[in-house]
Design a protein around this ligand. Structure first.
Ligand SMILES: *Cc1c(COP(=O)(O)O)cnc(C)c1O
Length: 362
């Protein structure tokens, strides 16, 4: 079966010597390798404030803390995402408020978000699902008009662009995940990209008990409690080797995605998605809408190709019971949405086969 997700790990000849050196260096905690990786990642994104962490979930948690989200607050979000986008909001004691999506992208609809804003709204959580970028032109306007910060969950969107710039430069908070199956993995890890130096410095303290790693231990004064969320030198070493492959790997997702955009036009029973103006997706997944989805998935499976909806709509979880609301556009979208393999492991031959299998009908 051609899978929908698969970790990319560099060849052992390249990775193992680097890992071995770090493992036996006498310094495996947060240290120079971590800071080197932060520097390289921040150069790649083009934002100097890259805070490395041990997961994307930790990045979401710290972003919500820095945004001041707490008990009684509301955060507007989407049901179409991996769960940590929304469970972290609950962790803060805040209420998740679902907004509806654009029918032709599945991404949050700025008009729906606007309608959900109340005087309790403390942040807007945007998910660039599957690497497709939300309508940032409109969301930036909303953020400014209501003075509500945007948190971009870009766990799927490493290498995606808005207004010609990498995602990770636009909002006060953007998170990336380096978990196993994301564009780039460090086994586990994450980044929080920040706009201000002040938040970066506060984030540095929050990721390590509240202790300032730049000040000698015996001279430290912890002013507020933090977590154990930092990245270590071992994961950072994997990251530094991964950085050498990043453009090539992301490039493969994008080239496969563009191939499908062209090759799957005008097929009966299949609707391609639209990309918002001023945005460029990095195709972590290739998402589309199909009639009779069950039959489609079965036909693909018979030909050795995985296809699935992958994520459970988040409002199905009991933990979000209080957020229950009517999402008519998403209901329709979710009936038809499906993903096909698009990542770095999909060869030219594979993608031709996928297209011809779809063209046979289902
Ligand atoms: C993977 C993922 C996360 C969380 O990342 P971890 O590194 O696994 O904690 C958050 N949001 C989305 C949309 C994700 O896909």
């Amino acid at each position: 079966m051609i899978p929908i997700v698969k970790p990319f790990i560099p060849e052992p000849e390249e990775l193992m010597p680097a890992l071995q050196e770090t493992l036996y260096s006498g310094y495996i905690a947060e240290g120079e390798k971590v800071y080197e990786f932060e520097k390289e990642f921040s150069d790649y994104i083009g934002n100097p404030h890259a805070l490395s962490l041990n997961s994307g979930t930790a990045a979401l948690h710290i972003a919500l803390m820095l945004a001041g989200v707490g008990k009684g607050d509301e955060v507007i979000s989407t049901v179409l995402t991996a769960e940590p986008t929304n469970t972290t909001i609950k962790l803060m004691g805040a209420k998740v408020v679902w907004a509806d999506v654009q029918p032709d992208t599945g991404l949050l609809d700025p008009r729906s978000v606007r309608e959900k804003i109340t005087d309790k709204t403390k942040a807007i959580m945007l998910v660039h699902y599957a690497g497709m970028v939300c309508d940032m032109d409109e969301f930036n306007k909303i953020s400014e008009e209501f003075n509500i910060p945007i948190i971009e969950d870009a766990a799927h969107a490493l290498g995606s662009k808005y207004a010609g710039k990498m995602i990770g430069n636009n909002s006060p908070y953007t998170i990336f995940s380096l978990q196993a199956i994301k564009h780039m993995t460090t086994v586990d890890g994450g980044f929080l990209m920040l706009r201000s130096r002040e938040n970066f410095d506060k984030g540095r303290l929050l990721r390590w008990f509240g202790l300032d790693k730049k000040v000698a231990r015996l001279e430290n004064d912890i002013k507020f409690p933090g977590y154990k969320y930092h990245m270590n030198n071992v994961n950072a070493t994997v990251g530094l080797v991964q950085m050498k492959h990043l453009e090539k790997i992301v490039g493969k997702y994008i080239s496969n995605g563009k191939f499908y955009d062209e090759s799957l036009k005008n097929i009966s029973g299949l609707e391609l998605l639209r990309y918002n103006d001023n945005t460029e997706p990095s195709y972590w997944l290739y998402t589309m809408k199909v009639d009779r989805r069950g039959d489609f998935i079965k036909k693909m499976a018979e030909n050795g190709i995985s296809a699935s909806e992958l994520h459970l709509r988040n409002d199905r979880h009991s933990v979000f019971a209080e957020s229950k609301t009517y999402l008519p556009v998403f209901d329709e979208f979710y009936k038809k949405m499906v993903h096909i393999p698009c990542g770095w492991w999909v060869t030219e031959e594979d993608r031709e086969k996928i297209v011809s299998t779809i063209k046979e009908g289902w």
